[in-house]
Design a protein around this ligand. Structure first.
Ligand code: ADP
Ligand code: MG
Length: 629
């Protein structure tokens, strides 16, 4: 026998410190985690046996067995699943592979985390150290000669040696229970814990009882094959916790059987909270694919579109062939059909919820709206449905607005759906570009998710109303009638003022263009400003303001192209400038600093730095000195 002692990865050590020393009221979840691993091991063996039937020869009935030994003070959890070889033991029970786990360990350490969630982070095995002060693992990988023994007291290291006491196939985990955890030797306690958390496990979980026949503790048999009427809400939720590695309550579930040209069963859940890996760049869906009750893969991109990747659960197909590789299955035409039907079904359910339960739907939208919107440019035929499901914050409404709501509130003469993009809804609401829209009572949708930069340009319109950014192109505000409550009087007055601003502004515009040169694309009179003196907008065909900034931030764009400076002819500052310019004889030269101050002001309003901060500061001081003097 060769024995070797190895150190846990630092992060595992830290997790073990926390788990072993803290008092958790829910320490019973250790059993859920060990049974879940044993069940996964049985699933994997069943899959491997499709191509290598000899793996299960002589011992085809997969099972999990709990054996309490009061004399030794040990609880043993054994399975005859796939087992582990030496490398796998070291890799799986000594390191942490999954991203996001560090944050969990941190939260646990600060007592802000919930140990209930341990399974979610791919470290469920270590929960064993909540109840045991030493853990032994005997294991033999299916089809291999050599068995192994792993042992650890959870304090920084573990020891591995070859072993002839390993089971013929699979894994036996022996927990040396802590003095105050001996209640896990009692059958009624084990029975209760298994029924609470592991009833839905498809392989039988049995309790060994010495000489007597072992007792099966769970319902055993794939939950999704049972009729809905025989499954309780609790059982559904436990199952969700197991397949999703989640600890929350699902928001909704779909359990259905499709019969016809293709036959499959689905049991899908929409989580009640955001899974931590929702925005992983991989955008992977985690719905598990089964074929005739045999687990095939949980990494099947073709099963669910990326914009539904928040779904959890299983799909069990009757038509897919068992004997082809996981990779080949991805391209199978049956899978494409299942995906299409599944997508429709899920969208149908979301439509139903949006109508019947607008409040909980709002919660769903807050969690997953940003993901669902990715479907708007994935263009798989669901665009119209997704547009109807979409919800937005807006300048005139509290809470969420649908596009249909928006359209019903459009003003006479208004043709477009107006939007403004940025990160922070509160800041966005104060954007100068919105002033003219506010004055006319025109609603503007606030687009605050990164994905919002991309879909409007491919969707183009909703019910024939084009999407238009208020920070791009002309504002067309004169085509929209004044809000009724403001009265016609004011409009007349505005018109009169516009005309009054008329002739001289041409000189001002020319002066500003001349002074600012290539720092701006153009200088124009604004329709959209009513309070501020200036703002920046993008030229019609150019990239929208926020997108340009976003791309620059991510180094996708080296320079933001010059934009259009709009000026508010009615603003006192602009009027005075116009008047001064009219005085002629060299006035323009003296006024040049003001041109730059106007541009810098507009930049600052966009959250950008002045063009040349030092020059800006100097101009400001000069001006202030003059005013004070
Ligand atoms: P997770 O199950 O989320 O991967 P765990 O900490 O529960 O995280 O388990 C880590 C890994 O250890 C598993 O992914 C699996 O590869 C291996 N493992 C644990 N228990 C068993 C078992 N009974 N049989 C085979 N492999 C196991
Ligand atoms: Mg696990």
């Amino acid at each position: 026998m060769t024995e070797e002692t190895l150190s846990f990865q630092a992060e595992v050590s830290r997790l073990l410190d926390i788990v072993a020393n803290a008092l958790y009221s829910q320490d019973e979840v250790f059993l859920r985690e060990l049974i879940s691993n044993a069940s996964d091991a049985c699933d994997r063996l069943r899959y491997a046996a499709i191509s290598e039937p000899q793996l299960t020869e002589g011992d085809a009935e997969l099972r999990i067995e709990l054996s309490p030994d009061a004399g030794a003070g040990t609880l043993t959890v054994a399975d005859n699943g796939i087992g582990m070889n030496r490398e796998e033991l070291i890799e799986n029970l000594g390191t942490i592979a999954r991203s996001g786990t560090a944050a969990f360990v941190q939260a646990l350490g600060e007592k802000k985390g919930d140990v209930e969630q341990i399974g979610q982070f791919g470290v469920g095995f270590y929960a064993a150290f909540m109840v045991a002060d030493s853990v032994e693992v005997f294991t033999r990988k299916a089809g291999e000669e050599q068995g192994w023994h792993w042992v650890s007291d959870g304090r920084g290291s573990f020891t591995i040696s070859d072993s002839d006491q390993a089971p013929a196939r699979g894994t036996r985990i022996v927990l040396h229970l802590k003095a105050d955890k001996k209640d896990y030797l009692e059958p009624h306690r084990l029975r209760h814990v298994v029924r609470t958390y592991s009833d839905h496990i498809a392989v039988p979980v049995r309790l060994a009882k010495g000489e007597e026949e072992p007792e099966t503790l769970n319902s055993a048999g794939a939950l999704w094959t049972r009729p809905k009427s025989e499954i309780s809400d609790e059982q559904y939720t436990e199952f969700y916790h197991h397949v999703a590695h989640a600890a929350d309550e699902p928001w909704t579930r779909l359990h259905f059987k499709a019969e016809g040209t293709i036959e499959y069963t689905g049991l899908l859940f929409v989580p009640g909270t955001r899974p931590f890996d929702l925005f992983d760049p991989e955008r992977k869906a985690r719905v598990k694919l089964y074929v005739k009750r045999v687990f095939i893969t949980d990494d099947c991109e073709a099963l669910v579109p990326a914009y539904l990747r928040f779904l959890r659960g299983i799909v069990d197909s009757e038509d897919l062939p068992l004997n082809i590789s996981r990779e080949m299955i991805q391209n199978h035409p049956v899978l494409a059909k299942i995906r299409q039907a599944l997508t429709k079904r899920v969208i149908g359910e979301l439509e139903r919820k949006a109508e019947k339960e607008p409040e909980t739907y709002a919660g769903f939208w807050e969690n997953f709206g940003a993901v669902l919107k990715e479907g708007l440019y994935d263009a798989d035929g669901q665009r119209d449905s997704l547009l109807k499901l979409a919800r937005f914050r807006s300048t005139t409404q509290d809470g969420w607005a649908s596009l249909a709501d928006y359209v019903s509130r459009m003003k006479p003469g208004q043709k477009a759906i107006y939007t403004i993009a940025g990160d922070d809804p509160e800041k966005l609401k104060r954007s100068p570009q919105l002033e003219g829209f506010r004055a006319k009572g025109v609603e503007v949708l606030l687009l605050t998710d990164p994905v919002d930069e991309f879909w409007p340009s491919s969707v183009m319109q909703f019910e024939e109303h084009p999407f238009r950014s208020v920070t791009r192109g002309g504002a067309e505000l004169d085509e929209i009638e004044q809000a009724a409550e403001d009265g016609a009087e004011e409009e007349k007055k505005d018109k009169a003022e516009d005309e009054e601003a008329g002739p001289d502004t041409a000189t001002l515009l020319a002066f500003l263009k001349q002074s600012l040169g290539d720092k701006v694309k153009d200088v124009r009179l604004s329709q959209r400003l009513t309070e501020s003196a200036v703002c920046l907008v993008a030229e019609e065909g150019d990239m929208d303001l926020h997108l340009a900034k976003l791309l620059k931030q991510h180094q996708q764009l080296s320079e933001i192209a010059p934009r259009v400076l709009e000026i508010n002819a009615k603003h006192p500052l602009i009027r005075q400038l116009t008047a001064k310019l009219g005085e002629g004889n060299g006035a323009a030269d003296a006024l040049e600093p003001y041109a730059f101050l106007l541009l810098d002001q507009a930049r600052i309003l966009e959250g950008e730095a002045p063009l040349d901060p030092a020059a800006f500061a100097q101009r400001m001081s000069e001006l202030a000195t003059r005013t004070l003097g």
